[in-house]
Write a protein that binds this ligand. Structure first.
Ligand SMILES: Nc1ncnc2c1ncn2[C@@H]1O[C@H](COP(=O)(O)OP(=O)(O)O)[C@@H](O)[C@H]1O
Ligand SMILES: [Mg+2]
Length: 368
């Protein structure tokens, strides 16, 4: 049996599909290759529509599920071609899918989580086994189904001497707490890049604020920051998870409408501070003396955000590059690992993280 797995991830930022090929020979993790698959604008728009109650028709759901399935398959095939490998060399593909709704437990609604990108299509096009639908088993056991990356972070990044925290700053941010002694915990902290991205799109017509340069030129607006931090999510106890449902442009506009006009650049600076402080508040509130904080996800490339984080955290703050893994690929690698766990009938969740009754095998298996 081959030990090569492919992980596919497309996060709340909807910035593209990350595909990573990894091997786990003799338990040793190696990143073999990566591919970034562009998502065409009409599909980005369809995903955004599906994320909004009222515009999320079953017809659009089915069509986008099919098209994202094709795109995930294409990402896998492009990666395989780049590496010169065939389906027989791939043990399985782990596909997270694209989240179109995450209705977390304990937040007032019937809880469920929906990811699209039909795994049947990925299996049929690639000829590989596909593990997918990772979140819902955990939810069936009373968990949040999120975050799922902590178990992989624990495998790869924990240290026997140092207390570490891994922060994944995607559209939403989540932390994994890795004490040198004791159990791994973790949860979503709130917005990562998604408010920064949407505000930047509105005023600069760019997908993101490169290196946080625009934010760095503005000033943090203390009253706005205080108001944004009043969002009920921030005071929820863990386990907790969130998504675009709770933090979106309309929520931000609504908060702004309650205050005198604020310069757009100062809003951007405040949003960056919101991301940094809400992550740091959680880390500083841990019953643990944290030695090192490592950042992964696209937020690691935002120099101004990294500096803001370092300013509010007493520990060393660095990118996961310092641990030998490029921050862009950590999450895709985690889904390759989850595919391996599924194939080997190993557990994928950490009950203390998601709040599930127990650790369990995650995901369905789709054979070619
Ligand atoms: N050079 C950069 N400067 C600032 N922000 C960046 C940069 N590169 C990536 N990002 C941010 O990272 C986001 C993508 O991060 P990613 O980890 O893929 O999130 P997700 O998992 O939500 O898709 C982009 O939308 C952008 O906000
Ligand atoms: Mg992404």
């Amino acid at each position: 049996m081959t030990n090569l797995y492919i992980g596919l991830m497309s996060g709340t930022s909807i910035d593209g599909i990350d595909a990573a090929a990894v091997s786990f020979d003799q338990g040793e993790f190696t990143l073999l290759g990566t591919f970034s698959q562009n998502i065409p604008d009409h599909l980005k728009q369809a995903i955004q529509d599906l994320c909004q109650p009222g515009r999320d028709t079953v017809q659009l759901y089915g069509e986008t599920d099919q098209q994202m399935g094709e795109l995930f398959a294409q990402a896998s095939l492009n990666l395989m071609a780049e590496l010169g490998i065939g389906a027989h060399q791939v043990a399985a593909i782990g596909s997270h899918g694209q989240t179109v709704r995450h209705s977390a437990p304990g937040q007032g609604n019937i809880s469920f989580s929906q990811q699209i990108g039909d795994p049947n299509i990925i299996a049929a096009r690639t000829g590989c086994a596909v593990a997918a639908d990772f979140r819902r088993k955990d939810m069936a056991l009373g968990g949040h189904g999120a975050p799922l990356v902590p178990a992989f972070h624990h495998q790869l990044f924990s240290d026997s001497q140092l207390n570490r925290v891994i922060v994944n700053i995607g559209g939403i941010a989540n932390i994994t707490v890795l004490p040198a002694q004791g159990n791994c915990t973790g949860f979503d902290t709130g917005p990562g890049n998604l408010l920064l991205d949407s505000w930047c799109k509105k005023y600069l017509a760019k997908d993101y604020d490169a290196d946080g340069e625009w934010a760095a030129g503005g000033s943090n607006h203390k009253t706005l920051l205080k108001q944004l931090k009043n969002h009920p999510f921030f005071s929820l106890p863990a386990p907790k998870s969130t998504g675009r449902e709770a933090f979106h442009q309309q929520w931000l506009e609504q908060q702004l409408s309650q205050l005198p006009a604020i310069a757009p650049q100062d809003v951007q600076a405040t949003l960056m501070q919101l991301t940094a402080e809400t992550i740091a508040d959680e880390i500083n509130g841990l019953d643990l003396s944290v030695d090192e904080v490592y950042i992964c996800g696209g937020g690691a490339f935002n120099g101004a955000l990294m500096a803001s984080l370092a300013a509010v955290l007493p520990a060393r703050v660095d990118s996961t590059i310092a641990l030998g893994l490029d921050p862009s690929w950590v999450e895709a690698c985690a889904f390759a690992w989850l595919a391996k766990q599924r194939l080997e009938a190993g557990t994928g969740n950490i009950a203390a993280v998601t709040g599930a009754e127990q650790e369990t095998i995650l995901g369905g298996l789709y054979l070619p």
